[in-house]
Design a protein around this ligand. Structure first.
Ligand SMILES: Cc1cc2nc3c(=O)[nH]c(=O)nc-3n(C[C@H](O)[C@H](O)[C@H](O)COP(=O)(O)O)c2cc1C
Length: 173
């Protein structure tokens, strides 16, 4: 399976999350294609599933991410799993408090992941309804100590489920 990971980052934490997701993809012998929007703005990205992520800045995604989502070719992504992820903060350095805050944020429209989902829906796509939030402990980072592991765990679930979906769709044809 080919997994596409498209992300933007200002201070690096969202990039670290993207890296952790790519590590998890490769650990399962799948292919990961990582695009950092700071260095390229592709129009046609193709794969079996996609993770799209941005830092949350003033309750929304970055301008670069909005530009990507407005312009990329959507055709190949119909019926594919697309997961919106982001970084949020600053959250507590205490792991339990952080978990509670992440649960409270849930599926919020006022996060980067929420605005990514909205932009995807405007393009006629159906993003995965659950948002994936990872915490930073300061306004500019760093990533919370458990965030990389958390990102890998959440990514694993999506990768395995997406593989099942692909198999089921192939059987229906
Ligand atoms: C100007 C500014 C606005 C921010 N607004 C929010 C916000 O609305 N909600 C939030 O959870 N975090 C907010 N943050 C914290 C960012 O989420 C944090 O800097 C980001 O996750 C770091 O990711 P990056 O290193 O990939 O840029 C803001 C940070 C800055 C500098």
């Amino acid at each position: 399976m080919k997994v596409v990971i498209v992300f933007d980052s200002v201070h690096g934490s969202t990039g670290e999350v993207a890296e952790a997701i790519a590590e998890e993809v490769r650990a399962g012998d799948d292919e990961a294609e990582v695009t950092d929007l700071r260095s390229s703005m592709p129009l046609d990205v193709v794969g079996d599933m996609m993770f799209v992520g941005s830092p949350t800045r003033s309750g929304r995604m970055t301008k670069r991410m909005a530009e990507f989502l407005e312009n990329f070719v959507t055709g190949p992504w119909r019926g594919r799993r697309i997961v919106a992820f982001d970084t949020v903060g600053p959250l507590s350095k205490d792991a339990e408090k952080r978990d509670r805050t992440l649960k409270r944020i849930g599926n919020s429209p006022r996060t980067a992941a929420g605005t990514i989902q909205e932009a995807l829906r405007r393009r006629g796509l159906a993003p995965w309804p659950e948002q994936m939030h990872l915490a930073v402990t300061g306004l500019w980072g760093p990533l919370a100590p458990d965030a990389r592991d958390m990102a890998r765990e959440l990514a694993r679930k999506h990768i395995d489920e997406a593989r099942q979906e692909l198999l089921m769709n192939a059987q229906l044809i």
